[in-house]
Design a protein around this ligand. Structure first.
Ligand code: FES
Length: 141
């Protein structure tokens, strides 16, 4: 029921961890399942994402989608990173079971929250980016 790519990214997640003094950081959660995802971005002066790391307290699909999402945004400009939607992450993972689609939404929301944080701090406008609905803040270790 899970694709090989999902199992690979779950068993061997890429870019796990934190970035010290990140250009942007975003934390999101799913109220229903209680899973939480935090994304850190390191962005250079040309608005290119040099590095992206994540911490996910959540299910296997959430971990696999965070891992894939980090790989997809690295090397993109902040504007290009808007193309990394939950659908794009799912496609890159060769799909997710229908009951796990909401997990991939967390990845998109976490990227957007981190981009929003960057945009606010640097007075940058990223087209199509909306203020995150709820940033659950800094109450996660
Ligand atoms: Fe909550 Fe997957 S079950 S993110």
């Amino acid at each position: 029921m899970y694709s090989e790519k999902v199992i690979d990214h779950f068993s061997n997640p890429r870019n796990v961890g934190e970035i010290e003094n990140p250009s942007g950081v975003g934390t999101v959660g799913n109220a229903k399942c209680g899973d939480i995802m935090r994304m850190y971005l390191d962005i250079d002066n040309n608005e290119v994402i040099r590095s992206c790391k994540f911490k996910t307290f959540g299910c296997g699909a959430a971990i696999a989608t965070s891992s894939m999402a980090t790989e997809l945004v690295i090397g993109k400009t902040v504007q290009e990173a808007m193309s990394v939607t939950n659908q794009a992450v799912m496609d890159a993972l060769d799909g997710l079971p229908p009951v796990k689609v909401h997990c991939s939404l967390l990845a998109e929301e976490a990227i957007h929250a981190a981009l929003w944080d960057y945009a606010q701090k640097n007075h940058v406008v990223i087209e199509g980016l909306e203020e995150p609905k709820k940033d659950i803040g800094h109450d996660v270790g």
